[in-house]
Design a protein around this ligand. Sequence first.
Ligand code: HEC
Length: 120
Amino acid sequence: MSGIRLPFVIAMLCAGTLAQSAAAEPPRSARDLVHLVRQDCGSCHGLTLQGGLGPALTPEALRERPREGLLATILGGRPGTPMPPFGSLLREEEAAWIVDQLLRGFPENGALPRTKSALP
Ligand code: HEC
């Protein structure tokens, strides 16, 4: 009996785990995204986002760039350059939020955006 049950239990546990990882995570809060950008993006684009290995991500530097292109760069990376794709880490709405905030002047770490944001 237990010879039948154990694999069944294991299968159910695995199915549960799979279902959980497939389920979408709740969107990150604005504060988390600010931290992520300052930390992860800042390692290449500079702590102040004024540029480093990667170019400056200031409103002045990005003004002429189409939003769609910026969004595609963040989600898909730039093949052939060190800019990695963040599509598996960020949801599209999170990346869009980051683009909006970069174009307005990115909030300091621990700070919330000056402007009303769609994220909590
Ligand atoms: C490993 C280093 C690295 C990391 C981490 C990184 N970038 Fe980049 N990024 C680059 C490089 C290098 C380029 C320039 C690519 C090129 O030459 O076209 C770039 C380009 C960009 C551009 C296009 C800028 C322009 O002028 O068109 C944007 C927007 C951007 N990154 C945003 C981000 C964001 C947001 C993050 C964090 C979620 C991030 N990057 C993390 C290295 C990095």
